[in-house]
Design a protein around this ligand. Structure first.
Ligand code: PEP
Length: 264
């Protein structure tokens, strides 16, 4: 059974002291025996401060960005090996803000994905359609293209080692207060799983976690997690408040128990 992954993307928010404080609060409030995996993804410059606060807790560390190359003359970049050295487990690749504001392309995202995997880390590969693409019935075409391009050359062994997580994040739902309905999200998640089945075989596809992201908060988390192909949540704004993020983790705990009972 796929374990829920609840991850908080703090984006370019919080000072070092604020990041450490939030991490400390989360570490103290995380429900014990929680079956969901949790991760926080602070700004790169605050990774070390956050790591100190979550050491010896089940909370894992994620990074918001990585260089596609292993080392060398890439001023301002940070390699996957550097991230691994300071305890990072997950790396976001393909977030819509990097695709659409920074201008990262599918071929570059493919190189980043492979750099993360080659270092033994887990990629959270974000995919999602823009509003005009949804309105033009292009959603599945866009998502299919992003999945194929980003995962080109990623070996089945990486999937078997659970080094690939997909995050479906409709661009129109990120930071807007608009959330995909559970039904809309499930439809795309099922499509993604089918596409992963074409790439890696249906059995492997069943093991890959697919998160939903886009204006998730504690009030809507539980409903989204009742969907059979939603295996966790990538949370932006709501992850900046400890009580909201812990509320989302608690919703995952309840939904995870229900899913386990349903599967038997
Ligand atoms: C995100 O940035 O990944 C995200 C989902 O943001 P928000 O929850 O604020 O919509």
């Amino acid at each position: 059974m796929r374990k829920f992954l609840i991850a908080g993307n703090w984006k370019m928010n919080l000072t070092g002291a604020e990041s450490a404080r939030l991490a400390r609060e989360l570490a103290a409030q995380l429900p014990s025996g929680c079956p969901a995996e949790t991760a926080v993804i602070p700004a790169l410059v605050h990774l070390q401060a956050v790591r100190r606060e979550i050491a010896d807790t089940p909370i894992k560390l994620g990074a918001q960005n990585v260089c596609w190359e292993k080392k060398g003359a890439f001023t301002g970049e940070v390699s996957a090996a550097m991230l691994k050295e300071i305890g990072v487990a997950f790396v976001l690749v393909g977030h819509s803000e990097r695709r659409h504001i920074i201008g990262e392309t599918d071929p570059l995202l493919n190189k980043k994905t492979r750099a993360v995997i080659d270092e033994g880390l887990t990629v959270i590969l974000c995919v999602g359609e823009r509003l005009e693409e949804r309105q033009g019935n292009q959603t599945m075409a866009v998502i299919g293209r992003q999945i194929n391009a980003s995962l080109a050359g990623v070996a089945p062994q990486a999937v078997a080692k659970e080094q690939v997580v997909i995050a479906y994040e409709p661009v129109w739902a990120i930071g807007t207060g608009l959330t995909a309905t559970p039904r809309q999200a499930q439809e795309v998640h099922a499509f993604i799983r089918a596409r992963l089945g074409e790439l890696y075989g249906p059995e492997a596809a069943e093991t890959i976690r697919i998160q939903y992201g886009g204006s998730v908060k504690k009030a809507n988390a539980g409903e989204l997690l009742t969907q059979p192909d939603i295996d966790g949540l990538l949370v932006g704004g709501a992850s900046l408040a400890a009580d909201e993020f812990i509320g989302i983790v608690q919703a995952a705990r309840t939904a995870g128990t229900d899913r386990a009972v349903a599967i038997g």
